[in-house]
Design a binder for this molecule. Structure first.
Ligand code: SAM
Length: 323
C-alpha cells in the first residue's frame, strides 16, 4: 500500500470514463477535468490502469463521468475492472439510462450504485438538471432497487433555498427502499462557481436537524472522515469538503481523468499524465508514474498548497470533529 507524505494511504481510484452528459446540472464540477476532452480511454486502457493500481494496493474503484451510462461499452468497462478482483466497484449516475444497463452491470461485477437525485419535486428537478426526467429516474430507481445491488446511495447536492427543505422527504424516500442518503456540500468548481453565492449551503442547519432527529454513528475513516448519521433506519453520509482540513486529512483517493491523467486532488494541481505509459502498455513506467503522483498528494490545508488556511471557516462541531 502506498502512503503519501502526510501519512494518508492511497486506497481508492475514481475513474472518470467520459466527459459528456445528457444533463446540464446547474452546478456541475465536471470532476475537475473540464468538458468535452478529445481523448477517451478505452475499456482495455481502464482495465490496464486499474490492474496496475491494484498491484499498488488500490482496491476500491468508482466509475463516474460525464454520464458514464452514455458510454456504449460501459458494461465492458465494468467487466475489465471487475476481472482484476477489486474489493469494491461502484458507479455514479444520474439514473436516466439505468433501465438499459443495470442488469448487465450487476452481472458483470458492479457492486454498488450512487444515483444522483437532487430533488423529488419535478419542477425543481428539471431546473437543477436541465432535463424533465424525474418520473423516468424514479421508475428506474424502483426497478434497480429490486435487482440485488449490494448498496444503493442517493447523492443529493444541498442547494440553499432549492432542495434543503426536502431532506426529511428524502430520508422517507430512502427508508422506503433501504438506500443510503449522501448529502453533498456544493463545491465552487466548474458550473458550481457562478451559482455558489446563490445556492451554497454549509449544511449546518441540516447537521443540526440530524443531531436532533437521528444519531451520529461515527465517521468513515476510509473516506474523508465523513460523518455518518442514522435517522429512521436510514444511513445518512455527510460530504462536507469545502476548505475542510478534516476531510482532506482523511483523503485516500486519486482521480483518473477520461483522457488518462492522474489527478492528485479534485480541486487543484498537480496532475500526472499517464497516457504515454497507458498507450504503450508500459506497466513499470505506469507504476512509477503512479508512485510519483502519490508522492505529490498534498492536503488542501497544508501551507504552500493552493488551499489556504486563512480561508477555512470553522462552522460545526460533530463529536470531536470540527467542520
Ligand atoms: N453524471 C453522473 C451524475 O450526475 O451522478 C456522474 C457525474 S457527477 C459529476 C458525480 C457527482 O458529483 C454527482 O453526484 C454530482 O451531483 C456531484 N457534483 C457535481 N458537481 C458538484 C459540485 N459543484 N459540488 C458538489 N457535488 C457535485
Amino acid at each position: 500500500m502506498l502512503i503519501d507524505n502526510y501519512g494518508r494511504p492511497w486506497l481508492k481510484l475514481r475513474i472518470v470514463v467520459n466527459s459528456v452528459c445528457n444533463y446540464r446540472c446547474i452546478f456541475c464540477h465536471f470532476e475537475g477535468q473540464g468538458k468535452f476532452l478529445s481523448r477517451e480511454l478505452s475499456a482495455e486502457d481502464i482495465g490496464f490502469v486499474t490492474s496496475v493500481a491494484k498491484d499498488l494496493g488500490v482496491d476500491d474503484f468508482k466509475i463516474t463521468g460525464g454520464e458514464p451510462l452514455l458510454r456504449k461499452d460501459i458494461v465492458k468497462v465494468v467487466d475489465e475492472i471487475s476481472r482484476i478482483g477489486p474489493k469494491d466497484l461502484s458507479l455514479t449516475t444520474n439514473g436516466y439510462f439505468l433501465d438499459i444497463y443495470a442488469e448487465d452491470l450487476l452481472s458483470h461485477g458492479l457492486r454498488r450504485l450512487n444515483i444522483s437525485l437532487h430533488s423529488l419535486d419535478r419542477r425543481k428537478y428539471s431546473f437543477i438538471t436541465g432535463v424533465d426526467a424525474l418520473n423516468k429516474v424514479l421508475e428506474n430507481i424502483d426497478y434497480v432497487s429490486k435487482l440485488g445491488f449490494r448498496q444503493i446511495k442517493l447523492n443529493v447536492v444541498a442547494l440553499r433555498g432549492l432542495n434543503t427543505n426536502e431532506i426529511p422527504m428524502m430520508i422517507r424516500f430512502a427508508a422506503k427502499y433501504g438506500f443510503v442518503l449522501q448529502l453533498i456540500e456544493l463545491m465552487p468548481m466548474g458550473e458550481g462557481f457562478p451559482v455558489f453565492a446563490r445556492y451554497y449551503d454549509d449544511l449546518s442547519d441540516i447537521i443540526n436537524w440530524l443531531n436532533k432527529h437521528g444519531k451520529l454513528l461515527g465517521t468513515r475513516k476510509d473516506l474523508h472522515n465523513r460523518p455518518l448519521y442514522e435517522v429512521d433506519g436510514v444511513r445518512v453520509e455527510i460530504v462536507k469538503n469545502y476548505n475542510n482540513p478534516t476531510f482532506c486529512a482523511g483523503c485516500t483517493t486519486m482521480r483518473l481523468t477520461s483522457d488518462g491523467k492522474l489527478k492528485t486532488c479534485l480541486y487543484k494541481e498537480p496532475v500526472v499524465d499517464l497516457w504515454p505509459y497507458i498507450r504503450t502498455r508500459d506497466r513499470e513506467g505506469l507504476m512509477k508514474a503512479m508512485i510519483y503522483a502519490n508522492s505529490l498528494r498534498k492536503p488542501n490545508f497544508v501551507e504552500g498548497s493552493s488551499g489556504d488556511l486563512s480561508r477555512i471557516r470553522i462552522k460545526v462541531r460533530i463529536g470531536n470533529l470540527v467542520y
